[in-house]
Design a protein around this ligand. Structure first.
Ligand SMILES: Cc1cc2nc3c(=O)[nH]c(=O)nc-3n(C[C@H](O)[C@H](O)[C@H](O)COP(=O)(O)O)c2cc1C
Length: 261
């Protein structure tokens, strides 16, 4: 297929989805534009881009509870394609990608894109370094680059339904734990966590406090990973037990990335 411009569209709280998208985009060696819609200010549906048939879109998203994160849906639904070739990439923390990549395929098809490839790739789990803590590694990113070059060399036809694994209807979304981040006294009030929270949950005035109800926290762990003083953490017996279950359940063995084309 003839590609003039590559557009990366991603939501990425801890940079895993971004790393895969950038590795793929760079491998195509064309003009490249990034639409990072992780922050609320960049998620205005009125400003969502439209694409034409000469564009090539790489959509990269984290998998939350085996589904597309709810916070992404309004913006994704505002995207417009015009027979635009698109590759859908779901990044997940070594448990499972469940129905997310087919959900992405359906969503983009409905918006006028032609889904020519898909991927389910592993990255560090937001909750712990003990789960895929070193992913994506160099081999992962090289594999992603190789995959996208193969897809770009194809005829640009939509993947036959069923090429990407997953169920329709998709699995039910689970409930969320009403828990926001806590802060240690090491906080220096730099406000980075508040400025970078994907849901504006941390108070800008006093970043030790929440600006919204704790049910609004995605537990995406962006604040925990970006705090220069390591002052943010999630507390509580229920939370700790959940993370321990995740580590015991799927930290090992490291899963392989899967590519569909
Ligand atoms: C609320 C939440 C739910 C998650 N659910 C899953 C899941 O169902 N399966 C899985 O393997 N990883 C799951 N993860 C881990 C993320 O998908 C994974 O860490 C991803 O690579 C993060 O990407 P990002 O840095 O681009 O946001 C979840 C993470 C969060 C925060």
């Amino acid at each position: 297929m003839e590609i003039k411009k590559v557009s990366l569209v991603y939501f990425s709280a801890t940079n895993v989805s971004k790393k895969y998208a950038v590795a793929m985009g760079k491998a195509l060696d064309k003009e490249m534009v990034e639409y990072d819609f992780t922050l609320p200010a960049d998620r205005d549906p009125a400003k969502a881009p439209s694409f034409g048939p000469d564009d090539f879109v790489i959509l990269s998203l984290p998998i939350y509870g085996g589904r597309v994160p709810t916070i992404c849906l309004e913006y994704l639904n505002a995207l417009k394609g015009d027979n635009t070739p698109c590759v859908v990439v779901g990044t997940y923390g070594n448990r499972d990608f469940d129905d997310t990549v087919v959900e992405m395929e359906d969503l983009m098809t409905e918006k006028g894109f032609v889904v020519v490839g898909g991927a389910a790739v592993v990255g560090r789990h937001s909750f712990s370094d003990e789960i895929a803590g070193s992913r994506p590694n160099e081999e992962d990113l090289a594999g992603a680059a190789e995959f996208i070059k193969l897809v770009a060399a194809k005829d640009g036809k939509a993947l036959p339904k069923g090429t990407i694994p997953g169920n329709r209807p998709y699995k039910e979304k689970g409930g969320s734990m009403p828990l926001g981040p806590s802060t240690t006294d090491d906080c220096i009030n730099c406000k980075l966590c508040a400025k970078k929270c994907p849901n504006g949950v941390i108070s800008l005035e006093n970043p030790k406090e929440l600006a919204k109800d704790p049910t609004e926290c995605l537990r995406c762990h962006r604040c925990v990973t970006i705090c220069p003083k390591h002052a943010k953490y999630f507390a509580g017996e229920g939370y700790k037990a959940m993370v321990d279950r995740c580590i015991a359940g799927f930290a090992k063995p490291d899963k392989e990335n899967k590519y569909f084309m």
